[in-house]
Design a protein around this ligand. Structure first.
Ligand code: SF4
Ligand code: SF4
Length: 402
């Protein structure tokens, strides 16, 4: 079990060591949204505010407040923090916060657009490694496509300069794509370039369903975002472009996670062993869920209280919306479908409303997988367990259960 031993420390195999003596830590990983501001202005973004929005900047948590939260997180067993935004590197105290988190022993994941990466920052990452690859979203392979997305002149060159600095210093990073009209023709080129990055051990992931504004702050931006989404047919064609891999993953997934949630609003792990602190000190059950009834003000309490008392209570909430109860509540595709309290909040301002766009995608996928016939509606299907068994070759784990 001992991997390495020296006079100061003993390194154990993570999968064998009983670090928590059989108990799961209250907090495994924490997201910290350091700012909602960003130096890009991407057409699809659900959160960005202007980089020079001074009123927003004034409301953000101070350096000491963030350090206090990180300290409490560590005391609760947290091992990983993800710094995200907006663009987290806009914070002038980013390096200070990073070193503090690493000094606490936290692994650090940084979500960034790479445009603000400097030689000093890459030196710091090389000297004190984050222990997790930096994650960079790439908006296009050419200046024209990239800047049609970011709407900031010079951002293409700045992002490539940033990534080249990381490569030069051998700082591990991975790239992710965003499928948008300006860059859809560049997918092959993107994937082939991504495969040359030494720390990319699998093809890049993509965003494509684009969430609406999480603060519900602009109908105009929401209209733009809706116009950028893939159609349901385009979405499943994308999923099925590697059919064998897709079918294998779906068989595995469907045997475990598809079943009607009935009155439950939460079918996911939001608020269990993790959560997201927003830029102003509100603790959310996950990165996306900002409904006022589901966020906890850390200035008046603690991570521990939120995880022990507040989140378990909101996870018990039951749906009251008749539309949810007759559709999602009875829908065996619930695991496959991206409808959830956060998406319901962003689209409709409630926690329990079906999201038609996601509903159409789930139905298109289910038809492709042979789980639904044309014109069938998922909430009308009585023999869903048998269908799952026929598709996966295994009994649904919900066989025999209500
Ligand atoms: S985004 Fe939705 S599905 Fe994901 S954790 Fe949050 S509430 Fe759950
Ligand atoms: S497929 Fe439709 S009915 Fe089923 S969970 Fe999604 S939104 Fe609800």
């Amino acid at each position: 079990m001992i991997v390495e031993k020296n006079p100061y420390s003993v390194k154990l195999r993570a999968d064998k060591a009983s670090l928590w003596k059989g108990k799961t830590p209250l907090l495994g990983a924490l997201d910290m949204e350091l700012t909602e501001r960003c130096n890009n202005n991407c057409i699809h973004c659900y959160i960005n505010l202007a980089a020079d929005d001074l009123n927003t900047k004034k409301r953000e948590l101070s350096t000491d407040e963030i350090k206090g939260i990180l300290q409490e997180a560590t005391s609760l067993g947290c091992l990983t923090v993800r710094f995200t935004g907006g663009e987290p590197l806009l914070r002038e105290d980013f390096e200070d916060l990073y070193v503090f988190a690493r000094t606490l022993g936290l692994r650090v994941i940084v979500f960034t657009n790479a445009t603000l990466i400097t030689p000093e920052l890459t030196r710091l990452f090389a000297h004190i490694p984050p222990l997790k690859p930096v994650e960079i979203t790439v908006y296009g392979m050419r200046e024209s496509s990239y800047e049609s997305v970011t709407r900031v002149s010079g951002s293409f060159e700045a992002a490539w300069r940033g990534m080249n600095l990381l490569l030069k210093r051998k700082v591990p990073f991975v790239v992710k794509g965003v499928l948008l009209p300006p860059n859809r023709g560049e997918m092959e080129e993107f994937e082939s370039w991504a495969s040359t990055i030494p720390t990319m051990d699998r093809p890049p992931s993509y965003s494509m369903f684009f969430d609406l504004r999480c603060r519900r702050d602009s109908q105009e931006k929401n209209r733009l975002i809706k116009g950028l989404r893939l159609s349901p047919e385009e979405a499943y064609e994308f999923f099925a472009r590697r059919p064998e891999e897709y079918l294998r993953e779906m068989r595995e997934f469907c045997s475990k996670f598809t079943r009607p949630p009935q009155k439950n609003i939460f079918s996911c792990g939001a608020g269990v062993g993790g959560g997201c602190v927003d830029a102003y000190g509100n603790f959310q059950p996950c990165l996306l869920l900002r409904h006022p009834d589901t966020v906890y003000d850390l200035k008046k309490g603690s991570l521990k209280d939120a995880l022990t008392n507040f989140f378990p209570e909101i996870r018990q909430m039951k749906a009251g919306n008749p539309d949810y109860l007759t559709r999602c509540g009875r829908c065996f595709l619930k695991g496959l479908c991206e409808q959830c309290p956060a998406r319901s909040w962003m689209e409709h301002g409630t926690l329990d409303t079906p999201v038609d766009y996601l509903c159409e995608i789930a139905h298109a996928q289910a038809s492709y997988l042979g789980l639904l016939e044309d014109h069938e509606m998922s909430w009308d299907i009585e023999d869903w367990r048998e269908r799952i068994t026929a598709f996966t070759g295994k009994e649904s784990i919900y066989q025999g259960r209500k």
